[in-house]
Ligand binder design. Structure first.
Ligand code: APR
Ligand code: ZN
Ligand code: ZN
Length: 367
């Protein structure tokens, strides 16, 4: 069948939206009709090569849709099921999965973007095989994906809101609640309050943090941050954010700082703005070849901690339905996250808006 999709053919070049040929699902695979796809900075990072995929690849890793067809041996999903796409494929059975670290599943050693049998499901009109970001590719009208990447949700939820839970909401909220396990009364700083960082702020609200300091370089993002629960804001263009955060915490530094950009400089800022024995949590995906450096003796002498948080240390099938329920109960903001809708053909405009800092989250909807 045909599917229209956003394809990255060349790094740092405009994305091409075109019709591709999509194969039927094989055993253990499922065909999903995409309802909505969020536009996350990681999609742009695939275009720039910061998150490396061989070309060509269909973008998108934050989405939701409806099952149209199930392949052989799929017993846990049915036609008509509403699903969120998880961007990790996990087995539930390996050592990491049994430790509830399913995002670090060890079972699928397949090159990035290929299906589990090492082949393609998408081809362009010249017959070239096309990869799928995170093995899903939510910036396509239809996707064939492993059933292990699917999370079944209740039909009553809006698929557009559910799409956001596929990455930004789970990554941001999960970093605070699952990875760091922030205690009530804590002080928290969030550096970078875009689509993911705003959700770290929401996570801090859910964790009942007392002080929530948003740090960004865009005034518009700091306004969003206040709406999502930040108690203080720091514009890092006119202030040293480390000094500013210290001043707001009696000179001591925050209990937890979350870096939600993926920049070695702001990672070091996160380290420097936590108190002694405090924790810097790195959420942003930096360029795969970049490193950060911190003073080695200071690290020991202050007992600071630096921890990575991938996909909010989530268990997709446990956490995503819970997050949607929190939204239904009015405890999680999803409507306010979506500040602009796009058609798939407008993907390059959506990336330009992201670089200009226009949106909390932009969302592509499919007819
Ligand atoms: N200091 C403070 N804020 C900054 C700086 C800086 N030096 N540089 C950029 N920012 C802010 C931007 O203004 C923006 O508000 O960081 C925010 C990034 O937000 P988005 O572009 O919306 O990115 P998002 O989708 O939230 O992803 C953030 O998480 O999942 C990862 O790969 C993703 O690394 C990326 C990060
Ligand atoms: Zn993402
Ligand atoms: Zn596993």
């Amino acid at each position: 069948m045909k599917t229209r999709a956003a394809v990255m053919y060349e790094h740092n070049q405009p994305v091409v939206v075109e019709d591709l040929e999509l194969e039927d699902p094989k055993a253990n695979e499922v065909l999903v009709r995409t309802a909505a796809s969020g536009v996350c900075h990681s999609d742009l990072s695939v275009v720039t090569g910061a998150i490396y995929y061989d070309a060509a690849v269909v973008l998108g890793h934050e989405g939701a849709g409806i099952i149209e067809h199930v392949g052989k041996d799929v017993t846990d999903f049915h036609v008509g099921d509403h699903v969120i796409l998880s961007f990790v494929t996990y087995c539930s059975d390996c050592k990491m999965c049994r430790m509830e670290k399913v995002c670090l599943c060890e079972s699928y050693d397949v090159p990035r973007g290929y299906q589990l049998d090492g082949t393609y499901r998408l081809y362009n009109k010249s017959g070239q095989g096309i990869l799928q970001m995170a093995r899903i590719a939510t910036m396509s009208e239809y996707m064939v994906v492993p059933h292990q990447n699917l999370v079944k949700i209740d039909d009553r939820h809006s698929l557009e809101k559910a799409a956001l839970v596929g990455c930004g909401v789970t990554t941001g909220v999960g970093a605070v609640l699952n990875t760091a396990k922030v205690e009530p009364g804590s002080s928290v700083a969030v550096i970078g309050t875009g689509g993911v960082g705003l959700n770290a702020i929401q996570g801090a609200v859910l964790a009942k943090a007392k002080k929530i300091i948003a740090v960004d370089i865009a005034e518009k993002k700091l306004d969003f941050a206040k709406r999502f629960g930040a108690t203080d804001v720091v514009n890092a263009t006119d202030n040293d954010p480390v000094e500013a955060v210290r001043e707001l915490t009696e000179g001591r530094g925050v209990d937890y700082a979350f870096e939600v950009i993926g920049n070695p400089d702001t990672i070091v800022q996160a380290y420097r703005m936590v108190r002694a024995a405090g924790t810097a949590v790195i959420v942003g995906m930096a360029h795969h070849q970049k490193e950060f450096s911190i003073p080695a003796q200071h690290f020991v002498a202050t007992e600071r901690q630096i921890i990575g948080s991938f996909y909010g240390s989530c268990q997709p099938r446990v956490d995503m339905p819970k997050l949607l329920n929190l939204y239904t109960e009015g405890k999680l903001k999803l409507d306010e996250l979506i500040t602009k809708h796009y058609q798939l053909d407008q993907i390059n405009e959506a990336f330009a808006d992201m670089e200009a800092g226009e949106n909390a989250r932009g969302v592509i909807t499919f007819n």
